[in-house]
Design a protein. Structure first.
Length: 114
């Protein structure tokens, strides 16, 4: 059995300059936990695989394609591959969400700016 505590996983360098930690990183899938502090957001981007987001804590705004919605703890959001998506923390508390990518991407994510 392999176990990992999120607090013991190193923050990885990333294009978004946020707290992102890979909990699972295998060929079959990738699981990352991102924490956005108040006022932080990701850069808008397109991922070459389907993505499932699960809100672990807090309130955030998620953008998928031309839809934007506020979501809260214990909410799952699906984002199909090759669709623009982004996360924003417009609240006054940290937002923590899990990202599941399956299979693990073999192509690079496309950043759209900001």
């Amino acid at each position: 059995m392999i176990t990992k505590k999120l607090s013991e996983v190193e923050i990885m360098k990333n294009a978004h300059n946020v707290d992102a930690r890979n909990l699972y990183n295998k060929e079959e899938a990738m699981i990352t936990v991102i924490t956005l502090e108040p006022g932080q957001s990701l850069k808008r981007h397109i991922t070459p695989v389907d993505v499932a987001f699960y809100v672990l804590d807090g309130v955030g705004v998620v953008e998928v394609g031309d839809e934007k919605m506020e979501v809260t703890k214990d909410t799952l959001v699906e984002s199909p591959k090759d669709i623009l998506h982004c996360w924003y923390n417009e609240s006054d508390a940290p937002l923590k969400f899990m990202i599941v990518k399956a299979p693990k991407p073999t192509k690079k994510t496309i950043l759209i700016g900001n």
